[in-house]
Design a protein around this ligand. Structure first.
Ligand SMILES: CCCCC/C=C/C(=O)SCCNC(=O)CCNC(=O)[C@H](O)C(C)(C)COP(=O)(O)OP(=O)(O)OC[C@H]1O[C@@H](n2cnc3c(N)ncnc32)[C@H](O)[C@@H]1OP(=O)(O)O
Length: 302
């Protein structure tokens, strides 16, 4: 699946503006600068990719400090990196994890949702849809190695993966907390959650905006494994090895079959979903709620 028009244009603009991969591009192996270890690390500004072509696996580290919020720039750079891996036959699996201590992703970037104009909201929501679709329909095996708090849009990214492994730290909660902020999850994210934990558990989780700590997250099934923090990366890689042992063609056709109806329901109603989001987010009451929330976050330290 190629990047959608708006995101592609933005990706080109970003690349023109200098968000180039700093290291060697995939398919042209060279030792990492200064490392001499034969790996092919590459990065744009906000995503670090550590490829292991011999294993067919790359680790994508989200590194958009302080909290990996899903800004337009972050999502665009993430999609560029993902597309590079998708287009390189050497790679069949990706582990997604965070380079920001204690935070997997804080979710949608609230500054993109506050005080902007309708055209901006439309562009932003299109990018969120694109991020979800590209991850959800990826041919590659995606394993989320969740090493930090994972609310709302962070959980959106994790839910698209084939497997979620969560580090066992009581601070590392995961879930769709949107109702707590007075906002409603889009239908396709609701469907993604229902497919993962079932209808009844989703009703509770979504209406109450629940954030699950590790033991509860495992019990409800929003994550597949909880492991000690120092074993997260090794567990994610061994889970990946198990999935990589399955013939790729059969596996990804099966994945596509399982996910098609859910993805199609968004693809068929993309424009209406954007319009719905723009109308919703532009409401004075929603703007006020989000602005107060963002202010509270900023004042936390003071
Ligand atoms: C309508 C359709 C909805 C679609 C579904 C998705 C919705 C969403 O994703 S809405 C966003 C939901 N996310 C959150 O509510 C998380 C908010 N953040 C936090 O709870 C915390 O920041 C944290 C637990 C993720 C991390 O805590 P901590 O390490 O203590 O860091 P700070 O709270 O001090 O934050 C540092 C810095 O980052 C700013 N920030 C935090 N989250 C966001 C965000 N989502 N968007 C933009 N900016 C964010 C925070 O304001 C601080 O900024 P400065 O004070 O300027 O440093």
């Amino acid at each position: 699946m190629a990047l959608a028009g708006g995101v592609r244009v933005r990706a080109r603009a970003l690349l023109r503006a200098g968000a180039q991969f700093r290291g060697p591009v995939l398919g042209r192996p060279e030792p990492a600068a200064g490392g001499g270890d034969g790996t092919r690390r590459f990065a744009n500004l906000r995503v670090l990719v550590e490829p292991d072509p011999a294993a067919g696996v790359a680790v994508m580290k989200l590194k958009s400090p302080p909290v990996n919020s899903l800004s337009l720039e972050f999502m665009t750079e993430f999609l560029i990196s993902l597309e590079k891996l998708e287009n390189d036959k050497a790679f069949r699996g990706v582990v997604i994890t965070s380079d920001c201590p204690g935070v997997f992703s804080a979710g949608l970037d609230l500054t993109e949702l506050c005080g902007q104009n309708p055209a901006h909201y439309a562009e932003y929501w299109k990018a969120v849809q694109e991020l979800w679709l590209r991850l959800f329909l990826s041919n590659m095996v995606l394993v989320a190695a969740i090493n930090g708090v994972c609310p709302a849009g962070g959980c959106l990214m994790a839910l698209t993966c084939d497997v979620r492994v969560l580090a066992d730290n009581p601070k590392f909660v995961i879930g769709l907390k949107e109702t707590q902020l007075g906002i409603v999850v889009p239908f396709w994210l609701k469907d993604n959650l229902v497919n993962t934990i079932g209808h009844r558990a989703s009703e509770h989780a979504l209406q109450l905006g629940l954030l699950f700590p590790p033991a509860e997250a495992l019990q409800v099934g929003i994550v597949d494994q909880v492991v000690p923090e120092d074993q997260l990366q090794s567990t994610a890689l061994s889970v990946m090895a198990r999935w990589m042992a399955i013939p790729d063609h059969a596996r990804h056709l099966t994945k596509a079959m399982m996910r098609k109806a859910t993805a199609d329901s968004l693809i068929k109603h993309r424009d209406a979903d954007i319009q719905n989001f723009v109308n919703f987010i532009s409401r004075d009451s929603i703007q006020k709620t989000l602005q107060v929330y963002l202010q509270k976050l900023k004042q936390k330290k003071g």
